[in-house]
Design a protein around this ligand. Structure first.
Ligand SMILES: Nc1ncnc2c1ncn2[C@@H]1O[C@H](COP(=O)(O)OP(=O)(O)OP(=O)(O)O)[C@@H](O)[C@H]1O
Ligand SMILES: [Mg+2]
Length: 191
């Protein structure tokens, strides 16, 4: 498959783009159960970065499923491919010099590890947005837990599909204990 293709190197590299932007291109990868707070935190972090004149870009689970990944569902295989593509896209954004905020349940360790490899470990921070299934089901911002419990959604993480907790995240944000503001502050500490 890769026999007849060859990487074509340009003359402007990541370091040059970073110098232009005055920042380090990186991926802040938010993982956690649905309703744990990934998107809510990422949106606030994006606002704070913008006000500090830092160039960032947010990639979010549902949003990418409208386009790039609209051919994928929620089986283990499709989730794996979903995260593989997003990991590659996030790596490109980081290579462009942007602070890339990726919020995806990303339930499998292997998928998150692949995303880290794609971006380069030195450019990648895994943030575990932690809240119990009970707390997430209580919040249920999209009404998904209600549906999952009635059996209306198959392969729902935490209910009928597994979530593999990060073993060595760069940061744990416990949203049952911390306010949104405190959570955002912790994340900004990584940048
Ligand atoms: N410290 C906190 N940080 C973020 N969200 C919090 C916090 N405390 C409570 N919440 C609430 O938790 C909910 C999180 O919803 P959000 O859509 O951000 O979850 P998500 O992890 O992006 O889920 P999904 O995987 O379905 O996209 C919101 O209703 C938010 O107000
Ligand atoms: Mg979300």
């Amino acid at each position: 498959m890769v026999d007849n293709i060859k990487w074509h190197l340009g003359e402007i590299d990541k370091a040059a783009r970073e110098e232009l932007l005055g920042q380090q291109g990186m991926v802040l990868w938010f993982t956690g159960l649905s309703g744990s707070g990934k998107s809510t935190i990422a949106v606030e972090v994006e606002k704070k970065l913008y006000r500090r004149a830092k160039a960032s870009y947010r990639l979010d689970g549902d949003n990418l499923r409208f386009g790039l990944n609209k051919d994928l569902g929620f089986t283990a295989e499709d989730r794996e491919e979903n995260i593989r593509r997003i990991g590659e896209v996030a790596a490109l954004f980081a290579d462009a010099g942007l602070i890339t905020l990726a919020s995806f349940i990303s339930p499998y360790r292997a998928g998150r590890e692949a995303a880290r490899q794609a971006a380069g470990a030195e450019n990648f921070k895994e943030i575990y947005v932690k809240a119990s299934v009970e707390a997430c089901a209580e919040r249920d911002p999209k009404g998904l837990y209600e549906k999952a419990k009635k059996g209306e959604i198959e392969n729902f993480t935490g209910i009928s599909a597994p979530y593999e907790e990060p073993e060595n995240p760069d940061l744990v944000v416990d949203t049952e204990k911390l306010s949104l503001e405190e959570s955002v502050k912790l994340v900004l500490g990584l940048v």
